[in-house]
Design a protein around this ligand. Structure first.
Ligand code: SAH
Length: 354
């Protein structure tokens, strides 16, 4: 489906507005201010999909504004993995499809949100990048992903990670706006919101200046500049030393720790010398390393390292006093794991060959 003129993605919708803005909106229709508070609660807490369903509103007025867009997407498809992870393909108002993943555990419900449709970064090991880039998401389209998962699981979302499709730092303004709304309006604690980025010159500093109390992760993936350039094309314009320097500034400005993600690719970046080289770069840095064993995608022939190699890498980092954990992604067989988003459908919402 092509972008339709009737609903350009930038047209004002209700989702994304603050309680104050919603109050101004209802007042334009001659409604009393308390209706703004009710609308806020129905949008962000009850997940209303249409104004017609807001039963506390007078029936006649509901009918007048029934068509006004709230800004919710349609669930185009949902696949459920055996570990209960659910991957959704959501159809946006302009017809484009974006992915979001709901990851439940006993105590948490985490949503892995997309910040862009597709991704321009083209990291060699990531399926999203192979599909190209369409556009940035608006803040409300990010909020909608969280509300959709909350509605489908019939459970409150406790954590949100910006680790779906896209590079959040390329869409910083809308991502920061979404973080603030998730915190203030959907009422998720800032520390339970994680932004993950590959890093671009100047952008980490720009994020730091927002002084958010979020969890911040940088996709490092390599222990030296040469290797990083091979895996992440944009690294050519961003020397490792400069990236690490900006991360140090992030810690100074926000007083929050930076964690690093490191994908493990067998025989490529999982050797003992890579672990030692990485430890050297991170010495004295109050940090945490998250090792992500590679999730296979069809376009490239990297291999996931054996358990022995993964453990060896972690032990070496720990010996060097670097806090380290391994992140085994959930949702593998629904193609919902890290890096697998967008592998098996195109943007017209069809599975290739179907
Ligand atoms: N653009 C952001 C968010 C991307 S996805 C970023 O780069 O940080 C979140 C994490 O999954 C990133 O660390 C990304 O590098 C990693 N990832 C991508 N492809 C992967 C794959 N095939 N297997 C495992 N992790 C992958």
């Amino acid at each position: 489906m092509k972008t339709t003129e009737k609903y350009p993605p930038s047209q004002t919708v209700l989702l994304g507005k603050s309680q104050q803005e919603l109050t101004q909106w209802v007042e334009k229709f001659g409604q009393p201010p308390y209706r703004g508070k009710q609308l806020h609660q129905w949008l962000y807490q009850k997940g209303a999909r249409s104004l017609e369903n807001i039963t506390v509103f007078p029936k006649q007025w509901r009918q007048t504004v029934a068509d006004y867009p709230i800004g919710r997407s349609k669930i185009h498809h949902c696949s459920i993995a055996s570990d209960e992870t659910r991957k959704y393909l959501l159809q946006l108002r302009d017809g484009l499809i974006v992915e979001t993943v709901g990851i439940p555990t006993a105590k948490r419900l985490t949503v892995c949100v997309s910040s862009q449709v597709g991704c321009p970064m083209a990291c060699d090991f990531c399926a999203t990048g192979k599909g190209g880039f369409s556009r940035n998401l608006q803040a409300y389209e990010i909020i909608d992903q969280v509300l959709t998962v909350q509605e489908d699981f019939k459970r409150r979302v406790s954590h949100v990670v910006f680790m779906g499709m896209g590079e959040p730092i390329l869409n910083l303004e809308e991502v920061v706006k979404a973080v603030k709304i998730l915190n203030q309006d959907v009422e998720i604690g800032q520390r339970s919101l994680t932004i993950s980025t590959v890093g671009l010159p100047g952008k980490i500093r720009q994020l730091a200046q927002q002084k958010l109390q979020i969890t911040f992760a940088v996709s490092l993936h390599a222990s030296n500049q040469k290797l990083r350039e091979k895996l992440i094309p944009s690294a050519r314009r961003y020397p490792l030393e400069k990236l690490l320097q900006e991360c140090r500034e992030y810690v100074q400005i926000t007083k929050r720790r930076v964690s690093f993600e490191y994908i493990l690719l067998a025989e490529v970046n999982d050797l003992p010398e890579n672990a030692l080289e990485l430890a050297k770069h991170l010495r004295g840095f109050q940090t945490h390393v998250n090792l992500i064993p590679y999730n296979p995608i069809s376009e490239v022939d990297y291999q996931r390292p054996s358990k022995f190699r993964i453990q060896r890498f972690m032990d070496l980092l720990k010996q060097e006093n670097i806090q380290t954990s391994i992140r085994y992604s959930r949702g593998l067989e629904a193609n919902a794991a890290c890096g697998q988003l967008r592998a098996y459908y195109n943007n017209e919402g069809k599975t290739p060959g179907a």
